[in-house]
Design a protein around this ligand. Sequence first.
Ligand code: CA
Length: 229
Amino acid sequence: MKKINILVVEDDVSVRNLIVTTLKLHEYKYEIAQTGKEALMIVSSQSPDVILLDLGLPDIDGCEVISTIRSWSNVPIIVVSARTEDNDKIEALDRGADDYLTKPFSVDELLARIRVVIRRLNTVDTSGSSLYQNGNLCVDFIAGTVTMCNEEIHLTPIEYKLLCVLCKNTGKVLTHKYILKEVWGTALENDIASLRVFMATLRKKLEEKDPTTKYIQTHVGVGYRMIKH
Ligand code: CA
């Protein structure tokens, strides 16, 4: 099997060393970039499989780097940010990053995040398909039906829309803003409270039929993710 090639974009030597040592130990290939410009060059010339991107870079803002990459590539991007950069992290997700890690992070966390995006890479792209299957959950986008463990679940129109947005972005962390825009067409801060309510009822309906599997993961202060099973 071809080795996964990871681009590490980080100007902080100690963080970069920790990441690189971890990647080596787990037999990943890697490239290093210390600036945003270098990162863009490597992405266009080497097409890495995954990008680990520090948001605080010396030249270009990390969020700008994401927007530029997203103009031509869907390569998974995991953002690495400091705790003080919480808003940047959310903006990074809004601009198309897949996931995030907050410094200081553990090696286990780092490896787990990488595994999640690689699983996404390895799943057949079903974005054009009218049937969605994940664990015991099945959504038929044409019929508009949802089943769990072969039993139909009755959702309200908003719950169904919410579920569709999550399914179509399985594995990816979606921000409140992104979900509000997709479902309601607005992104007003105070709608987050109603989003929470709808998400709670949706989750309850899914869990009633399959109590042992977790499908929707909450990211406090950030948003939600549909877990890939
Ligand atoms: Ca930095």
